[in-house]
Design a protein around this ligand. Structure first.
Ligand SMILES: Cc1ncc(COP(=O)(O)O)c(C=O)c1O
Length: 388
């Protein structure tokens, strides 16, 4: 067992973040309001709502949309995305309607998307995967033609932009995640942003309860652990504990939804202030990877796209090109249509070759702050970059 290991993603807390979190916990609702104002300013949205997780936020958003469109019961999502997205749709009690993705850009495949939309669509979700912004023109136009609300899922792409506009701010409602492997973190958490007053009111009617005292203590302890365990000298510890199931994808619609805590708001406030610096670091590491692995294939950005590369996808990897101790790992193991337990919840059927190709041939390279030039050189030597 090697005693150095890189996390595929993650951003560590400092002890001073934790202290600020604890002070924010004492501030209660005032801390929540500060974080709300900060997010509203940053993303130019009037309404900001917090949840204990991104999937909880998605589930609440779908229920809120349903109050306006009660006859619509299908949520249109990409066939290649986080299993949590499908879990949230089923948690909220709706059918999943899939569309394929373009395996070069990771964005929507226009033909497939067109076939998926109908007057039963509750909303169209577009996910900006791995920090890479999707071209939103097609999605916006098609959603508009069908009168379908657009849900801009920037869970992995806080700070990414397309044509000068931030991911998460397109469409009727947007999502950011604050879970561990995301652009910034509050241990866990989900943020919804919208300018629609009716949607904000519907969300308020569904506001979740605060977590239990036990859950709160668990959040403090996890935050403390995350101060240290993302360090490469220590990451081998969580990395070698199978029960933590790090990096595994599970379809699990049976999850609880609670409110974000003021402690988490305190962490969020600190992290959001660092977002630009964190993203600049990730972009720099991504460029180093691309230079070291010239000749290998990375996603093509849509014109006007500015990615934050939460993780850098390598699109032409072989199955053997996993180097777990260097944070080089596969992502979603299959298209959503291939998840056995999701089948009863699928609306219609179809083929999704783009999703299948990505599930087979994509690994991600880490861009988090602990990656060194030596790590990149070593991995490039093993993976065989063209001119490395
Ligand atoms: C695209 C996307 N949407 C939604 C979610 C759900 O976020 P959370 O992990 O906070 O539940 C995730 C999580 O990985 C995601 O990647």
């Amino acid at each position: 067992m090697t005693l150095r290991a890189l996390a595929p993603s993650g951003v560590p807390f400092s002890l001073s973040d934790i202290v600020h979190g604890l002070l924010a916990a004492m501030g209660g609702e005032r801390s929540m309001a500060r974080f709300r104002d900060q997010v509203a300013d940053r993303f130019g949205k009037r309404h900001v709502r917090f949840f204990s997780s991104g999937r909880g936020a998605v589930s609440a958003a779908l229920n809120a949309l349903h109050t306006r469109f009660p006859a619509r019961d299908e949520v249109v999502i990409p066939a290649y995305t986080s299993f949590s997205v499908a879990s949230a749709v089923v948690h909220a009690g709706f059918k999943v309607r899939l569309y394929d993705v373009d395996p070069e850009t990771l964005g929507p495949d226009a033909q497939s998307l067109k076939r998926a939309l109908s007057d039963r669509s509750l909303c169209l979700m577009v996910c900006h995967l791995f920090g890479c912004p999707a071209d939103m023109d097609t999605a916006r136009t098609m959603a508009g033609e069908h009168g379908v609300p657009l849900f801009d899922d920037a869970a992995q792409a806080m700070g990414a932009a397309w044509k000068g506009r931030l991911a998460g701010t397109f469409g009727d409602i947007g999502l950011f995640s604050l879970s561990r492997g995301k652009n910034i973190s509050a241990v866990d958490g989900g943020i919804l942003v919208t300018n629609e007053d009716w949607l904000a009111e519907a969300l308020d009617a569904l506001a979740p309860e605060p977590p239990s005292a036990k859950e709160k203590v668990k959040l403090w302890l996890t935050a403390l652990a995350l101060c240290f365990l993302l360090h490469p000298r220590l990451y081998w510890i969580p990395n070698s504990l199978p029960f933590l199931k790090l990096g595994e994808s599970h379809f699990d619609p049976d999850f609880g939804v609670a409110a974000l805590t003021p402690f988490q708001a305190g962490l969020g406030i600190r992290m959001l202030r660092r977002l630009d610096r964190i993203n600049a670091g990730r972009r720099r590491v991504a460029v180093q990877w691309m230079n070291a692995l010239k000749g290998r294939k990375f996603p093509s950005l849509p014109e006007g796209g500015d990615s934050v590369w939460l993780r850098l996808p390598l699109l032409d990897s072989g199955a053997g090109e996993v180097m777990k101790e260097y944070g080089v790992v596969p992502s979603y193991p299959s298209g959503l249509h291939e998840i056995e337990a999701l089948r009863p919840h699928l609306a219609g059927s179809g083929s999704y070759p783009g999703a299948e190709r990505l599930a087979r041939s994509l690994v991600t390279l880490p861009t988090q702050g602990y990656v060194t030039e030596q790590d990149i050189e070593h991995v490039a030597r093993v993976l065989g970059g063209g001119t490395a």
